[in-house]
Write a protein that binds this ligand. Structure first.
Ligand code: NI
Length: 167
């Protein structure tokens, strides 16, 4: 297993639309494991392959308090949505910033697991929010796209300054 480098906003690679995974190979399963390890180490509750510069439709989530409920979703698709919820969202690609985002409160998702088996999942509250947030990454979309352009610019400037200081 290995820790992967997480791309940070406004890196243009985060805007790439991810491709469908046609075959769940051992390489894909290994990537899922590395993504989980990277997410736990960050620490975070969700990570999309796009964030580690792999532009394939896969995400990992674990919203449990003790990291005991890892989920791998390959080629996820929302097949039903219900209700509304606004949550202060953060993102490992936008470290240190949290903004309210409006989402569906309950969703049903179909996906394929790391063994290549299709499944459906009913999710609500934090898990539903997290899956919707990660699925946005696969479309090249970030939570800052939902906030005001002025706030987005401010976050962009601050992160660019931090990234410069680090380099
Ligand atoms: Ni994110």
């Amino acid at each position: 297993m290995a820790l992967l480098n997480i791309l940070e906003f406004p890196d243009p690679r985060l805007r790439t639309v991810a491709k469908q995974i046609s075959n769940v190979t051992g390489k894909i399963a290994n990537l899922a494991d590395d993504m989980l390890e990277t997410m736990y180490a960050a620490p975070g509750i969700g990570l999309a392959a796009s964030q580690v510069n792999v532009h394939l439709r896969m995400l990992v989530v674990d919203v449990s308090a003790d990291n005991t409920s890892p989920l791998v979703l390959i080629n996820p698709q929302i097949i039903a949505r219900e209700g509304e919820i606004t949550t202060n969202e953060g993102c490992l690609s936008i470290p240190g910033f949290y903004e309210p985002v409006f989402r569906a409160e309950k969703i049903e998702v179909s996906a394929v697991d790391r063994e290549g088996n299709p499944f459906t999942l009913a999710a609500e509250d934090l898990l539903a929010v997290c899956i919707q947030h990660e699925m946005d990454h696969l479309e090249g979309k970030l939570f800052v796209d939902y906030i005001s352009p002025i706030k987005r610019q401010l976050i962009r400037k601050r992160l660019l300054r931090q990234q410069k200081q680090r380099d």
